[in-house]
Design a protein around this ligand. Structure first.
Ligand SMILES: [Mg+2]
Length: 233
């Protein structure tokens, strides 16, 4: 279906690198280390992690659309979580935030078949990455998860100064990757940032839907598992 393409652009978080699983693992470790059970009254970290995950997704959405900056995102995701759990955010130990930022990107959980699919695609196409993540975290994830060698070019929004879904970041990635809109395809999990962003820039896109979401009408191509990509390319 896409075999005439030459360049494949991947998103990183929630597409290759299993953000939720890695975050969950980190938060669980820190919940124990900081004895959060004394604050929440709950031995189990589940409710803390669930609440954090919802807030994190909501705040990333605002960040993607330029409504809040990096510092606000990082602060509010824990403050809002504490508030919702009925704890005064003032008692939140900020060292926890620093530890979270340092530990989470060292985690290496990827979506199933990530390495196998990237190896297959790399033998036939030029692979590239476009991430809305932060430089330091992004580079740590790529190195620790051994993903970096698959990609010819890596575009990180924090370095470029503009986020997906802005057409500018796609235009930059296309010229930086020495390819063309026609030869390129974008694969990502975020309907606004990755799919509509690419489509608005004239680039074909494949929605990576690992969460069982309904496919919107304006989304033309979808996979629910990375392995499916091997039969599309
Ligand atoms: Mg993503």
């Amino acid at each position: 279906m896409f075999s005439a393409k030459k360049d494949i652009f991947f998103d990183l978080d929630h597409t290759l690198w299993d953000f939720d699983l890695n975050a969950r693992e980190t938060l669980h470790e820190l919940y124990g280390r900081y004895a959060f059970r004394d604050l929440t009254g709950e031995e189990n970290s589940d409710r803390f992690i669930e609440t954090y995950t919802v807030n994190n997704h909501r705040l990333w959405h605002l960040y993607h659309h330029g409504k809040i900056d990096k510092e606000t995102l990082r602060k509010a995701r824990f403050e809002d979580t504490f508030r919702e759990l009925g704890i005064d955010p003032k008692v939140f130990p900020w060292k926890f935030n620093d530890d979270y930022l340092a530990i989470c990107p060292t985690k290496t959980r990827l979506f199933p078949h990530a390495h196998e699919t990237l190896t297959y695609l790399q033998s036939r196409y030029n692979l590239h990455l476009i991430s809305n993540g932060f430089k330091e975290a992004c580079e740590m994830k790529l190195d620790r998860s051994k993903l970096r060698p698959y990609f010819n070019t890596i575009v990180i929004s924090e370095i470029v100064g503009v986020n997906k879904p802005s057409p500018e970041i796609f235009q930059f990635a296309i010229s930086n990757g020495k390819t063309s809109i026609e030869n390129a395809v974008m694969i990502g999990d975020n309907l606004d940032a990755d799919i509509r962003g690419a489509q608005n820039a004239g680039i074909d896109a494949i929605y990576f839907n690992a969460v069982g979401a309904q496919k919107p009408d304006d989304v033309l191509h979808m996979v629910t598992n990375l392995k499916e990509l091997q039969s599309m390319f």
